[in-house]
Ligand binder design. Structure first.
Ligand SMILES: *Cc1c(COP(=O)(O)O)cnc(C)c1O
Ligand SMILES: [Zn+2]
Length: 434
């Protein structure tokens, strides 16, 4: 069976391009492009056959390429650049569910990945395509709030392709900054914010030999949409009631929406989860638009936030996110700095180690449960987008009391004790059950 996918204008003017073409926007109307699949061809296999096929590949190293037919069916296998991305754990916590007051909560640990964030899922697809057409390309470039640049530089280094990353100065963590540096990327620290970097990279990549790796390039979205396939597969092909995703540039919520819609079109599932996009109050253009019925996008200047990976005021994939939210009867919620700090610290007490963006998603979940917008009987999946180790400074500052919070009970700084057994006993006594 031959499966087929292509770029098509998202604005609906019908223009199509081959996936090997270097094109990021519709040349007719300037709108975003998306990757479309020949669903009729995919439907020549039954749902049972697809499930059996995907289940039979579960041991494979890459979660993305074990779904190649719904990602990039025509890519030459020899072009694939992979670090065994995907197949990330979906962790159910009964104790945390009781704490939140809901039936079931799962955290999809997308940060358990080669460079520590879900960006690997999209980057393996994009860089594999670049690898296939590399005679036309001198370098790959992206603007980044930290994690995209880590992924670009690692995958490009693996394939021997030069990479250039544009980072907003002093707005990414040390762990994020050191990744492209170590992988040999041309690392530009620019005195602006993410939105400023995004404008510059779009200018630079007008030179077609410098390939754009931001999620405006819809190849990224194709890899990221496997998150939805994995969730459903990990839940024994059942669909959760809600999937909560922290959103910045809004590529990931769009991708997750696409994944569920394609599974429904293929007959793998017969209902959709309600998607929830969680934004920080400091960078909430989607939330504001949601409150006005998604009539329009009004860009904001993103304020300073602990959730630096979503400090974005002018999200490129706004219209795609709106489609995903409308199609799934979705919700947009926001979280304040105090709420995200508290939520990130709380979940860690259940054994997790989550980043501030996931803190935003968890805070939003908490608020929606309290408001009964998420009923207590729900099965909820929260997408954890990065590994907490990328944000060790944030966590360290919290526990050292350097982040102003009203509730200090979760702060757990180390206790200094002399090297004396009695002093050590005294330090422990009273802190564990007698
Ligand atoms: C990129 C990123 C996001 C936001 O994803 P978008 O697709 O830009 O909405 C959220 N969390 C982390 C950790 C990220 O790296
Ligand atoms: Zn168009």
């Amino acid at each position: 069976m031959t499966f087929h996918a292509w770029f098509e204008c998202f604005a609906g003017c019908g223009v199509r391009y081959d996936l090997t073409q270097i094109v990021y926007r519709c040349e007719a109307c300037g709108g975003l492009l998306e990757v479309r699949h020949d669903v009729e061809a995919l439907k020549t296999r039954s749902a049972a056959q697809w499930k059996q096929l995907f289940d039979s590949r579960l041991g494979r190293s890459s979660g993305v390429w074990s779904k190649k037919e719904v990602v990039l069916p025509e890519l030459d296998e020899r072009s694939i650049v992979s670090f065994g991305e995907g197949n990330s754990p979906l962790i159910k916590s009964e104790r945390f569910a009781r704490h939140l007051g809901i039936e079931e909560i799962y955290i999809k640990q997308c940060g358990t990945s080669h460079t520590g964030s879900f960006k690997d899922l999209g980057m393996t697809v994009l860089v594999s395509m670049v690898n296939q057409i590399r005679s036309k390309i001198r370098a790959v470039a992206c603007a980044s709030t930290g994690d995209t640049s880590a992924a670009v530089s690692a995958y490009c280094a693996a394939a021997g392709i030069p990479s250039i990353v544009f980072l907003p100065k002093d707005k990414v963590s040390i762990a994020q900054l050191i990744q492209p540096i170590s992988n040999g990327a041309i690392t530009l620290s620019i005195d602006t914010d993410f939105d400023g970097c995004m404008k510059i990279v779009q200018e630079i990549t007008k030179d077609e030999s410098i390939y754009l790796a931001n999620s405006m390039n819809s190849l990224r979205v194709e890899g990221q949409k496997t998150i939805s396939f994995e969730i459903v597969q990990q839940m024994d092909w059942q669909v959760p009631d809600f999937v909560v995703v922290p959103g910045g540039n809004l590529g990931n919520i769009s991708a997750i929406g696409n994944g569920f819609l394609l599974m429904r079109d293929m007959g793998l599932i017969d209902c959709l989860p309600r998607l929830v996009c969680a934004q920080t109050e400091k960078a909430n253009p989607l939330y504001r638009s949601y409150r006005e019925g998604f009539q329009r996008l009004e860009a904001v200047t993103a304020g300073s936030t602990y959730a630096t990976a979503i400090q974005i005021g002018n999200p490129v994939s706004f219209s795609k996110a709106v489609r995903a939210l409308r199609a799934t009867n979705g919700i947009v919620e926001q979280a304040t700095e105090a709420e995200l700090v508290q939520a990130a610290a709380e979940v860690d007490r259940f054994g997790f180690f989550n980043d501030p963006q996931t803190g935003v998603a968890l805070a939003a979940t908490n608020k929606l449960v309290k408001a009964l917008s998420i009923p207590a009987s729900s099965r909820v999946v929260v997408i954890s987008t990065a590994h907490g180790l990328k944000f060790a400074e944030f966590k360290s500052r919290f526990h050292q009391g350097q982040i102003p919070v009203s509730d200090t009970s979760l702060q757990n700084p180390p206790t200094s004790v002399p090297a004396d057994v009695n002093a050590v006993r005294a330090a422990i006594n009273g802190r564990i059950p007698a």
